[in-house]
Design a protein around this ligand. Structure first.
Ligand code: AGP
Length: 369
């Protein structure tokens, strides 16, 4: 029964290890370094299309929505297009307003999630064009979209999404750069720099998957498996990474975990902090690193146990334990930072003896409401 696991004890671990290939497959052939641009198959998302988009409404569920939240930071930051993100299940049952020039962007691994399909149908009825980021070429979501960016994650068997998520983030990064270039708001040099950095990500992902790197996440898991609860903190483009890190832990280890915008901590969750709580701060070098560092200090001052994940070495020197992640451009840091969080959740689930590939109560794709 484990013949498809390629020697790994679980599909989830196998799929985590596939990420260097998955990111390369999804991104690299679409990068045109010479032009400092991104090319999608069939000439999709051409300049005229990019210029015609006034607003983007991202729709999805669960992990895919977290990729969508990262996409919002990327698209607003790089392409200067206003972006809203909503749970498909909320969008479809409220009275959403779609302005002319709206592009609804569905993000979905399976392409069969009932709420995401219904929400994008509603967006279309209200006048939006529909694009999707999807992992299944022949899926309903792709058939119902005007344009699609396929992720090449391959079949994902583990119920907890790992490689499909990082592939969605990679695809969203490409889309943001294409929109920025197509609209003429990003200089060729800047795009080339970012794309060159993107092309260098593969060995960095691999470095997070060596025996030594994995042993480090196992050690963190061992140290913290007994915590009463977990708070994942992140800012900016790494805020949704915190949400996703917490979701993984809930899904496969059945441990209570919350993801929070680091700056919101003092508006409530700080009251939870005591030595029984583990606080994972995701912090990479970038324009908000200093702010998140200050949050780690605040947590420590209140007796919380801290783990820092990311490329900000100063955070590592403050935190009780550290998972260093290679440096990259801030915009690309979510792909790297997500990987140790997947592994930490995996190892905690292992310690608790959970059914990692088939967590209780969960279905791989929610095709009925
Ligand atoms: C991921 O770990 C989840 N099990 C779940 O949140 C999933 O991402 C969600 O149901 C959306 O699925 P989709 O990407 O196939 O639309």
């Amino acid at each position: 029964a484990d013949s498809g696991k390629g020697g790994y004890p679980h599909y989830m671990l196998k799929e985590i290890h596939e990420q260097p290939d998955v990111i390369a497959r999804t991104a690299f052939d679409r990068i045109d370094l010479g032009a400092g641009d991104v090319r999608f198959e069939g000439g999709g998302f051409d300049d005229a299309f990019c210029r015609s988009v006034e607003r983007i409404q991202i729709l999805g569920c669960g992990t895919a929505l977290h990729a969508g939240q990262i996409a919002k930071y990327l698209i607003e930051g790089l392409a200067h297009i206003p972006v809203d993100v909503d749970f498909a299940s909320e969008f479809r049952y409220r009275d959403p307003r779609i302005v002319p020039g709206t592009l609804a962007l569905a993000i979905t691994q399976s392409g069969e999630t009932a709420d995401t399909l219904a929400a994008t149908r509603l967006a279309r009825e209200l006048g939006a064009r529909v694009a999707s980021i999807c992992n299944v070429a022949g899926s309903s979501q792709v058939r119902e979209s005007d344009a699609t960016i396929l992720t090449y994650a391959g079949p994902e068997i583990g119920v907890a999404s790992t490689k499909a998520f990082t592939a969605q983030v990679a695809a969203a990064t490409l889309l943001a750069i294409r929109l920025a270039r197509g609209r003429g708001v990003m200089h060729e040099h800047k795009a080339r720099q970012l794309l060159e950095e993107f092309r260098m990500i593969r060995p960095k992902i691999e470095s997070l998957l060596t025996d030594e790197a994995i042993a480090r996440t196992r050690e963190i898991a061992r140290k913290h498996a007994g915590a009463r609860g977990f708070l994942f903190l992140g800012r900016g483009v790494n805020y949704p990474v915190a949400l996703e890190g917490a979701l993984k832990l809930k899904e496969i280890a059945y441990v209570h975990a919350e993801g929070y915008a680091a700056g919101e901590m003092k508006h409530g969750p700080i009251a939870l902090i005591d030595p029984g709580m583990t606080i994972l701060a995701i912090n990479s070098v970038g324009h908000v690193a200093e702010k998140t560092r200050a949050n780690i200090e605040q947590v420590k001052a209140r007796g919380g146990v801290t783990v820092s994940v990311g490329s900000d070495d100063l955070s590592h020197s403050i935190a009780d334990s550290a998972v260093p992640v290679p440096a990259t451009d801030e915009w690309l840091s979510p792909i790297l930072n997500s990987i140790p969080l997947q592994l930490i959740a995996y190892h905690i689930a292992e310690i608790h003896g959970c059914d990692i590939d088939k967590p209780r109560n969960l279905a791989k794709s929610v095709t009925v409401e």
